[in-house]
Design a protein around this ligand. Structure first.
Ligand SMILES: Cc1cc2nc3c(=O)[nH]c(=O)nc-3n(C[C@H](O)[C@H](O)[C@H](O)COP(=O)(O)O)c2cc1C
Length: 219
C-alpha cells in the first residue's frame, strides 16, 4: 500500500521544446506550467537543451545515463504532465518522442507509464493542419502510455503567434489557452490525489492490478 500525502502540492512535470534557444514550443510550455502553478502545483521543466542530452532510447541496454534517470525519476513522482512538441513533418518531433520512449522504463511500476496522471498536450506548427493532426497524434501516444489527456489541448500556429521572450506572447488568447492546459493538468492531479488519499488502493486504472502483464502495450 502506498502512503500518500494529499495535502502536498501536486508536481506537474513539463517535457518539451526544441533545440532552438528561442523555442516557441518551450516558451508555450512555460506559459502552461505557470498556469499549473497558479492552480496550486509545483512544476519542473525538461526543456529542449535537456532533451537533447538524452541518448536514443535503446531497450536492449540496461545502463541508463544520469539524464535518463533524472527524467524517469521525475515522471515517476509526477502527479501530472504537460508535453509540448513542434509538428515536424506531420508528427511529434524525434526529440520529444525519444523522451517519451525513455518512459518505457516505467513499465513495471506500481503506476505503469503515465497511469493515473493527467497530461496536458501542446503542439506548435507552421499552420493549422499540423497543429491539429499532431495534437491528435500526441494524445494517442499519451493514451498508449495510459495517461489521461486533459480535455483542453493547445494547438498553436507559430506563423501567426510569436513568443518573443520566455514570458511574452503576441496573442492573449493563446496565453489563456495555455493557462487552461496547465490549470486542467493541476486540477486533475489534485482530484486524482484526493481520490487516492481516500482509496489507498486506487490508481487511475484499477484494472491494472488484476492482470498487469497482459495490459502492457494495450494501445
Ligand atoms: C524539421 C522540421 C519539420 C517541420 N515540419 C512541419 C510540418 O510538417 N508542418 C508544420 O506546420 N510545420 C512544420 N515545421 C515547423 C515547426 O513545427 C514550427 O516552426 C514550430 O513552431 C517550431 O517550434 P520551435 O519554435 O519550438 O522550434 C517543421 C520544422 C522543422 C524544423
Amino acid at each position: 500500500m502506498t502512503s500518500f500525502d494529499h495535502h502536498r502540492r501536486p508536481l506537474v512535470v513539463g517535457i518539451g521544446g526544441t533545440t532552438r534557444a528561442a523555442s516557441s514550443t518551450e516558451r508555450a510550455l512555460g506559459f502552461a506550467l505557470r498556469g499549473a502553478e497558479a492552480a496550486g502545483a509545483n512544476t519542473r521543466l525538461f526543456g529542449g537543451t535537456f532533451l537533447h542530452c538524452l541518448p536514443h532510447y535503446a531497450p536492449e541496454h540496461s545502463e541508463r545515463t544520469d539524464e535518463q534517470l533524472e527524467l524517469i525519476e521525475a515522471v515517476r513522482h509526477a502527479d501530472a504532465l504537460i508535453i509540448a512538441t513542434p509538428g515536424y513533418h506531420g508528427g511529434v518531433s524525434g526529440l520529444v518522442k525519444n523522451a517519451l520512449d525513455t518512459l518505457e522504463e516505467l513499465r513495471a511500476d506500481e503506476r505503469p507509464y503515465l497511469d493515473g496522471r493527467a497530461v496536458g498536450c501542446i503542439v506548435t506548427a507552421y499552420g493549422w493542419q499540423a497543429a491539429g493532426s499532431v495534437l491528435t497524434s500526441l494524445r494517442s501516444i499519451v493514451h498508449a502510455l495510459r495517461g489521461w489527456p486533459t480535455p483542453f489541448g493547445a494547438g498553436i500556429n507559430t506563423l501567426e503567434t510569436r513568443f518573443d521572450s520566455v514570458d511574452t506572447c503576441s496573442d492573449a488568447k493563446v496565453v489563456d489557452q495555455l493557462a487552461i492546459v496547465g490549470q486542467q493538468a493541476a486540477q486533475f492531479a489534485l482530484a486524482f490525489n484526493a481520490h487516492r488519499a481516500t482509496s489507498p488502493n486506487a490508481s487511475g486504472n484499477s484494472i491494472q492490478h488484476a492482470q498487469p502483464a497482459r495490459l502492457l502495450h494495450a494501445v
